[in-house]
Write a protein of this length. Sequence first.
Length: 389
Amino acid sequence: MTFTGVEGEWSELGRFLLEREYLTADWLPAFAAVPRARFLPDVMWPHDMDTGTTVAVDRREQPELWTSYANADVPIVTQWDDGRGERRGNVPTSSASMPSVVFRMLAALEVEPGHRVLEIGTGTGWNAGLLSHRLGRDSVVSVEVDPKVADAARERLSAQGLLGRVLTRDGAEGDEAGAPYDRVVATAGVRRIPGEWIRHAARGGIILAPWGTHFGNGDALVRLRMTEEGGSASGRFLGPVEFMKLRSQRSPFAGHAAYVPDGVGDADRSTTTVTEEHLLGDGRFGVARFAVGLRVRDCHHQVSDKRDGARPVWFYGLTDRSWACVMFRDDHREATVWQSGSRRLWDEVSAALDWWRGAGEPGYERFGLTVTVYDQCAWLDHPKNAWSL
């Protein structure tokens, strides 16, 4: 990807987003007036889509490369390990999402003049800036848990004349003082829609969030419509996304060694067919994984690298130390299964896959979510076909 300068790169990104219908006409003025590059730090770690790796880029040392990534449709890590260091760490904890994802979510939010928006997860501040340009800065309140991230976002928004209220707190708490909000949008993944978002959303309003289970890291974007009576919201999933998780809802998984310190030797052993590997062993966004996560509660799924034609796929219980491992091998008709603990996790997963197949292998769009202040249920095709999560 080669560009001649800032304007060339900006226009190239705009054309890309317009041609693929991520950027709609109503958001074009905000896109033009609020460039993403103005909300990014000097040192950042963009994801190289060609190599699948994260690279470090410093604007002071590589200004042209920095600009090309800033104006490309790639996700960019802006913080590691909750800010405990200035260099690349182990876990990315704040980022700038792909522009295509940003505008896909903004389109799904269906904002109109006069709407008030509560954003959960300020991050760089770019999304808040786009909303403020569209609706007015007094109509947007953003919440960021990390004080340093929040301060940096305030500075960038202020420099663009777009600073509204940026609150430093856990986004799960919402914003009672400013409620009710016509729209609540989360830019962090959640495992449970916080009850405070339901309380603080206006009747008939929309809650838009990346939602998923503890089964895997992948999420699906869900758009919930508040009932006119208030107190609950329901809606369908729009498709797969991947976001860093709300810090108060990160996975409780204790790590492999806490479950299998001495190997699999003492576990119950059996076999299964190899047809499950393509559903559970490859890809972050497989709908089969999503469906299994909806049916198998409190379970963490992990795929190990393939070595010498063998790939172990692991399942860990999150309420006890039950675990299961399925070893898939190239050119083998059956896979070996080990299970240990009070839960037969592979049996649960296998039953969930059978259920998914029996339902016609539904895609994301056939699944939905209904949420109250105290509970949430998933459903297939219609809210009447629901089960508790």
